[in-house]
Design a protein around this ligand. Structure first.
Ligand code: ARG
Length: 466
């Protein structure tokens, strides 16, 4: 242990024996909460400025504190800071080092605050910073999806229900479904940010403080939109962390579904797409293998994020007001959620625009499975049949196709007329894949026209949200 940390242990005066060495390590959080060093220093600088404004510290003390904290930050960033388990957590480590650098003034910094409101503030600052880093990554993924959608606006692939061929869709339309999901995730995250950006500092240990603090001023310095209105709630609320993890769970659920499709589509059985080699790996034993590792891993990582959401919900469910040490357990799930979201988004944002679509294969696949059967039924309705009757007629035609191996579009007019004499040769306009997708030409439909219109809207949205 270096000299700088040979300080009295926190609250030592009250204790007649020192903490058991194992308990000290067991209860410490410095191993993981050091990640919030920047936010802790940022919060302390703002707190010190506020204390100076209200006359608790003088200008020269403030200057010492700011200089000292700047040095602490430099030491941390240079990898020279001596972290100490005895100092338990990030707050005590920094304060102890500050005091060793500037003497007694360092001990004044904690006036009018507690680690309880300090840690609650740090986590909010930390998540806010991470939200501001994640939002552009979400936009980058959306941009990739829009790019791919535009490129593949006319490409035809089978659309599925029950993973059975249902109706042809355009590949671009399919990509824009993912865009919509991510758009809702962005909205959820932006909404979460509003509640994250609320300052609990000033709640002190739980009841507030006797010092004439100016919370609004500190909040302005830290860029908080508002301050918490109840000190008990301020120190013990972790809803924002749960909300963030719920956002992350929904995002990963979306990305996992997407992953599942990419894994299927890149298989030898589908061959709809090629994933760029740099996102795949080989097998150590089977030379022919190219494994879609990135989507598989994202699908797998979804589980741990769900787990973190459950951890945080469970962590909070039986805590009486106000702060309890339990809350120290909020950080690791939160940090791992942040890492997982950022890693998954980065990989996907890089990979998606590089996806290659095998257009002939998706086109041929669309012809299998009678994907234009609904179009024939709609056509017959246009010729005066009731939908249920036309459904019946088409069922017979499909049964015939299954026997002969023909798609509906490959049957002769005479054959089709055998099922219903109202069919004329304009039927082939609707039985082709191109006719089928082009006919779904309304907002939300799969027609290439609509894909292009949706791409234009998506681009405008991405510009607007910059
Ligand atoms: N390391 C603690 C945490 O992460 C900081 C707050 C500790 N407060 C206390 N009264 N023990 O929650």
């Amino acid at each position: 242990m270096s000299n700088q940390h040979n300080q009295e242990k926190l609250s030592s005066a009250r204790f007649s024996e020192s903490t058991d060495a194992f308990v000290e390590a067991f209860t410490a959080s410095i191993q993981f909460d050091k990640r919030m060093y920047k936010q802790d220093i940022q919060g302390s600088v703002a707190h010190a400025k506020m204390l100076t404004k209200v006359g608790i510290l003088n200008e020269s003390e403030l200057a010492d504190i700011i200089n000292g904290l700047t040095q602490v930050q430099n030491e941390i960033e240079a990898g020279k800071f001596q972290w100490s388990i005895q100092q338990e957590d990030i707050h005590m480590n920094i304060e102890a080092r500050l005091t060793s650098l500037i003497g007694i003034t360092g001990k004044k910094l904690h006036t009018g605050r507690s680690r309880n409101d300090q840690v609650a503030t740090d986590i909010r600052l930390y998540i806010r910073d991470e939200i501001d880093a994640i939002l552009p990554e979400l936009k980058r993924l959306q941009t990739g999806l829009v790019e791919l959608a535009e490129r593949e606006a006319d490409s035809i692939m089978p659309g599925f229900t029950h993973l059975q061929t249902a109706q042809p869709v355009t590949f671009g339309h399919h990509m824009l479904a993912w865009f919509e999901m991510i758009k809702r995730d962005v909205e959820r995250l932006e909404d979460c940010r509003k509640r994250v950006n609320t300052m609990p500092l000033g709640s002190a240990a739980l009841a507030g403080t006797t010092y004439p603090i100016e919370r609004q001023y500190t909040a302005e310095l830290l860029g908080f939109d508002r301050i918490t209105e109840n000190s008990l709630d301020g120190v013990s609320d972790r809803d924002f962390a749960i909300e963030f993890t719920a956002f992350a769970s929904t995002l990963l659920m979306h990305m996992s579904r997407f992953s599942e499709e990419l894994v299927l589509w890149s298989s030898a059985q589908f061959q709809f797409i090629d994933l760029p080699d740099r996102f795949c790996t080989g097998s150590s034993i089977m030379p022919q293998k190219k494994n879609p590792d990135v989507p598989e891993l994202v699908r797998g990582k979804t589980g741990r994020v769900y787990g973190h959401l459950m951890s945080l919900l469970t962590l909070m469910k039986s805590q009486p007001l106000a702060y309890n040490k339990d809350n120290q357990e909020d950080k690791e799930p939160l940090f791992d959620t942040v890492d997982t979201v950022k890693g998954s988004l980065r990989a996907f944002a890089d990979m998606v625009p590089a996806i290659q679509v095998n257009r002939e294969i998706t086109y041929e696949a669309s012809k299998r499975g009678f994907s234009t059967a609904t179009d024939l039924a709609d056509y017959l309705v246009g010729k005066g049949l009731a939908f249920r009757d036309s459904h019946e007629v088409v069922g017979l035609a499909v049964a015939h196709g299954i026997k002969t191996g023909e798609d509906l579009s490959e049957m002769s007019l005479e054959t089709l007329q055998g099922f219903c004499d109202k069919i004329t040769d304009d039927v082939f306009d609707v039985l082709t894949l191109e006719g089928s997708v082009a006919a779904r030409d309304h907002l939300g439909g799969t027609a290439p026209n609509q894909v292009r219109a949706a791409v234009a809207r998506a681009k405008a949205y991405l510009v607007d949200s910059e």
